[in-house]
Design a protein around this ligand. Sequence first.
Ligand code: KIV
Length: 267
Amino acid sequence: MNNPLQPPQNVADKLSRLQEMCESGEPITSLTAYDYPTGRLLDEAGVDILLVGDSLGMVVLGYEDTTSVTMPEMIHHTKAVARAVKNALVLGDMPYCSYDTPGQALENARSLVAAGAEAIKMEGGLEILPQVERVINHGIAFIGHVGMLPQHVREEGGYKKKGKTPEQAAAILDDALALQEAGASAVVLESMVPAVAETLTKELTIPTIGIGAGKKTNGQILVISDVIGSFPWFVPAFAKQRANTAEETTRATLEYIAAVKATKPVG
Ligand code: KIV
């Protein structure tokens, strides 16, 4: 395409700010948010990127993994977060099987943008390049996601750390470079050997945002439930829990039950 479309100016400004942060060495902060109150609180706290992640399938909807999440579910939650956010970049996650072809990717990316996403994220590298190019060339900002890809959990038989062999490390670098070349604005590096994430961060000119990938990236992202302790049944080893809202919810509920039980029935 000769004249690819560009994202709207307000989105371009947010992306430029992220690029500036990357170049000046200011770490980029990112968390997931799935609803209005969380989106509003995290935005007001100053988080740079709020991802409406398909992790919501597990930590909000109770699915076993992210592969059951649907486009209508992503649209519903993206709308709620977008209503709340004034400053952060709202990043919408494309769920499993929503970007199998370039045409399908564009149609679904447009639906997420209509729901309030300012950029979209898809998992993968070279194998999804035609989808990535189609989306970017139609003026939709794109953030990549390489390394361990949760949407592949079933075919891989678990969540496996990546970059353990030179071949794997080289493949991740090829993926990330291809996404950058296609016009990605940043790339999430999930669950990989820290030295590989560090190399990627040195080789790429766009920001790298790590999760379970060590500290040598341009920014960090975590699932909000892991930070505030609202999903106690599974917390990844790399996530530092900074609050225990599950415990507090149980405590308040028990107090409420006790208070109601202590009241005298009328008559
Ligand atoms: O869905 C999600 O929360 C994600 C992060 C783990 C990066 O993709």
